[in-house]
Ligand binder design. Structure first.
Ligand code: MUC
Ligand code: MG
Length: 367
């Protein structure tokens, strides 16, 4: 089970409808498919989504760091040497999605080699998660319409509403319209992607006090240290740290510092190995966890549900697993389906994902 080769293949698939939020917008999935080959003939796969507005990575940068630094450091190691892989990749700072895609492709290859699923390898708690859908910026009628379509078509009843615009009434009107339209039939939470100041966030939370929000996420920057602590102390729902808490050290710092009271785990940026560490830390600290979405394609969403289903804590809340529905196409031979508000892991070995060669030929950008 020795790693013989690591491929990083850039591809681009347009979105049917762009996703807009306070820190940026996404019009196309310009991701990198990572394939880890082993000497037993097995190939593991995962995808890296560059998010320059969050982590500074670009598609070309991910390909370059994998080809020039990461691949040479891990070729020759066994698929079982995950701790050594982790340590070697950690010598390079940053590059979270490039590292994570390699890590997850190794777990996929290991599962395929041992003929067990990644979820079973990680913890095997369940085989499915309820799905939370993310609603990007639009006017209230369009966002209510999208939520309604998601409920009718996929049975989804939990929605994360992107907020952080100015004036904040643009967003509070959306949350109010959703609550008025659905009543108690849906769960709602909000994500500001650092768009508001602490004072604007506090005011908006007061305006929405009667709307029964489940969580609030990254409403203002964690770097506004005292303002953020002041905000988190006064609101009465768990405050999720997302982009401010990527590593376990970040989680420790933000939680112990009072800048958050819950966390988002995103396999796209912590893979399976580092997500395990964050999960264990969250359990030890007694934190709520939401499995987040890095605007993943189907392969990335499969990674999220594979990890989220592996543990009780990560499968307790609906996971953000539906962004791929906005893409015009994808790479998998067998598309993911969200049914009755749930996404299941793939039966079979590893992640259970097969890449359609024709689709990869159509969308890859390196030829
Ligand atoms: C999210 O939860 O914030 C948007 C920006 C990012 O880093 O992730 C997405 C979703
Ligand atoms: Mg977020």
């Amino acid at each position: 089970m020795k790693i013989t080769r690591v491929e990083a293949i850039p591809f681009a698939i347009p979105y049917r409808k762009p996703l807009k939020f306070a820190s940026g917008e996404v019009h196309a999935a310009e991701h990198v498919l990572v394939r880890v080959h082993a000497d037993n003939g097995v190939v593991g796969v995962a995808e890296a989504p560059p998010r320059p507005f969050t982590y500074g990575e670009t598609q070309a940068g991910i390909v370059a760091v994998i080809d020039s630094l990461f691949a040479p450091q891990i070729v020759g190691l066994s698929l079982l040497d995950r701790e050594t892989v982790h340590t070697r990749l950690a010598r390079t700072i940053g590059n979270p999605t490039a590292k994570s895609a390699i890590d997850m492709a190794i777990w996929d290859a290991l599962g395929r080699s041992l003929d067990v699923s990644v979820t079973e390898l990680l913890g095997g708690y369940t085989d499915r998660m309820r799905v939370s859908h993310m609603l990007g910026f639009d006017d209230p009628a369009a966002m209510v319409g999208e939520a309604q379509r998601m409920r009718e078509t996929h049975g989804i009843t939990t929605f994360k509403v992107k907020v952080g615009r100015r004036p904040a009434s643009l967003d509070t009107a959306v949350v109010r319209a959703l609550r008025e339209h659905f009543g108690d039939d849906v769960d709602l939470y909000i994500d500001g992607n650092r768009g508001w100041t602490a004072a604007e966030s506090a005011r908006a939370m007061r305006e929405m006090a009667d709307l029964d929000l489940l969580f609030a996420e990254e409403l203002c920057p964690a770097d506004d240290v005292l303002g953020r602590r002041w905000l988190v102390r006064q609101i009465d729902v768990p405050f999720i740290a997302d982009e401010s808490a990527v590593t376990s050290a970040d989680v420790t710092r933000e939680i112990l510092g009072g800048s958050a009271t819950a966390i988002s785990i995103k396999t796209a940026r912590t893979g399976f190995t580092r997500s395990q560490r964050t999960h264990h830390l969250a359990e030890g600290l007694g934190l709520e966890v939401v499995m987040g979405n890095q605007i993943d394609g189907q392969l990335g969403s499969l990674c999220t549900v594979a990890f989220g289903s592996a543990y009780e804590l990560t499968s307790r809340r609906p996971g953000e697993l539906s962004n791929f529905l906005d893409m015009s196409d994808d790479l998998l031979t067998e598309p993911l389906r969200i049914t009755d508000g749930e996404l299941t892991v793939r039966p079979g070995a590893g992640l259970g994902a097969e890449i359609d060669p024709d689709k990869l030929r159509r969308y890859r950008q390196d030829h």
